[in-house]
Design a binder for this molecule. Structure first.
Ligand SMILES: Nc1ncnc2c1ncn2[C@@H]1O[C@H](COP(=O)(O)OP(=O)(O)OP(=O)(O)O)[C@@H](O)[C@H]1O
Length: 389
């Protein structure tokens, strides 16, 4: 299959009006009859939010016999953070790579700012910045030199480079780091430089693959603030993650992928509200035999306050219950188990999370799906190693 590169798209750098132009405002009250910049900005935002900045319809992409993406559709609007959540191997990176013109799809319609990814890739690259999962800094270069190199790769006119670099360094609070070698940076600073490089050509859409993977919580929070700031300035941001709380916290809307397909889409609130109810997770024993878990499942499913009961085999056959009134439900559950002579090892209650959305659709948690994917990868690797011996 024809691969179109491996890092990010490059642009001529002077094709798009900078979004920041609308934000550079002279603070004064408009005279009568004048249109305030705020009004202009609002009407601009309103107009732009009606347009889909990113459109993916029925994307399909295989690598030989492996179907990486079976059927993915999503639409992101201007000024929106759009999340793509899913376990390892669910097709997140492949979706992004197709969108960013780095991988050629087998089928589907993909558009960025009204331009076709397949037929107008050079225009798409002008509108879009891609920050890949692996941080691509050269250790010997200083941050300044790295950005100069990136600016040249983006074909930004020479005369504009110093001010563009100054602007991204200031925007990402990196001025103090510019003259130090990249090899001395922490993971969080490296990631911010990578983000800075993705912003040099002033894209309207920023696509980020796992922007905070491996970072400590403080560095993650810094990146989150940067992303919120960029969104406030009108950028459309698409990000993949398998950190549930990150997607929940940041995304206006999201899709959840599983095995290359969209299994849920909407705002985090909508998705959680749709599955409804509070959650009760209980274990009959620390490691409950399957039969006993099934007995408890049948018993508890009969309670009127229990809407559904799933057995999670990956968690020692624990039971995941959706209940209507948590206080009433907990009392009823304890009573029912006691009357049936079943023990109760542990019980916890929680509000629905995006993991529950995934669990409701697939029957397993994201963590379990990640573990299963890792085990599959390990066993493939093991087989390969054995065959090589
Ligand atoms: N270049 C490739 N050649 C062969 N198979 C690939 C290639 N890229 C991805 N795949 C396979 O396609 C499937 C989807 O991979 P993809 O990287 O898109 O998933 P992902 O959700 O981004 O996972 P991760 O979170 O691990 O990056 C996986 O089974 C993966 O092994």
């Amino acid at each position: 299959m024809h691969e179109l590169g491996n890092r990010r798209s490059f642009s001529s750098g002077h094709g798009n009006p900078p979004q920041s132009a609308l934000v550079a405002v002279v603070a004064r009250t408009p005279k009568e009859g004048e249109i305030s910049v705020k009004m202009l900005r609002e009407s601009h935002t309103e107009l732009m939010t009606m347009t889909a900045t990113v459109k993916v319809e029925h994307l399909r992409k295989s690598y030989g016999a492996i179907t990486a993406v079976a059927d993915v559709s999503l639409t992101a609007h201007q000024g929106e953070i759009f999340g793509v959540l899913g376990p390892n191997g669910s097709g997140k990176t492949t979706t992004l790579r197709c969108l960013c013109t780095l991988s050629r799809p087998d089928a589907g319609l993909l558009e960025v700012c009204g331009f076709s990814v397949l037929h107008q890739p050079h225009l798409v690259r002008q509108k879009l910045g891609y920050v890949a999962q692996e941080v691509a800094l050269d250790k010997i270069l200083t941050g300044q030199e790295f950005l100069e190199l990136q600016a040249a790769l983006y074909h930004i006119p020479r005369a504009l480079i110093p001010e563009r670099i100054e602007a991204v360094l200031a925007r990402l609070d990196l001025l103090q780091w510019r003259d130090r070698q990249c090899g001395t940076y922490s993971g969080g600073i490296r990631k911010r430089f990578d983000l800075a490089a993705g912003l040099l050509h002033q894209p309207q859409v920023l696509v980020l693959d796992e922007p905070t993977v491996g970072l400590d919580i403080e560095s993650r929070q810094v990146i989150w603030d940067v992303l919120r700031d960029l969104k406030a300035q009108g950028l459309t941001i698409i990000l993949t993650s398998h950190y549930l709380e990150e997607v929940d916290l940041l995304s206006d809307r999201l899709v959840i992928l599983d095995k290359g397909r969209v299994i849920a889409s909407g705002s985090p609130e909508e998705l959680k509200a749709n599955i409804g109810g509070d959650r009760v997770t209980l274990r009959v024993r620390e490691f409950t035999p399957r039969q006993e878990a099934q007995r408890a499942q049948a018993l508890l499913s009969q309670l009127t306050c229990v809407k559904s009961a799933l057995i999670n085999a990956n968690q020692g056959n624990s039971l995941n219950l959706v209940v209507t009134d948590v206080t009433v439900a907990i009392a009823a559950i304890k009573r029912a188990l006691e009357e049936a002579g079943l023990p109760l090892f542990s019980l916890a209650q929680s509000r629905p999370s995006l993991d529950d959305v995934y669990l409701a659709a697939t029957g397993q948690t994201l963590l379990d799906a990640d573990l299963a994917a890792a085990a599959q990868r390990d066993s493939k690797q093991l087989k390969k190693e054995v065959m090589q011996r």
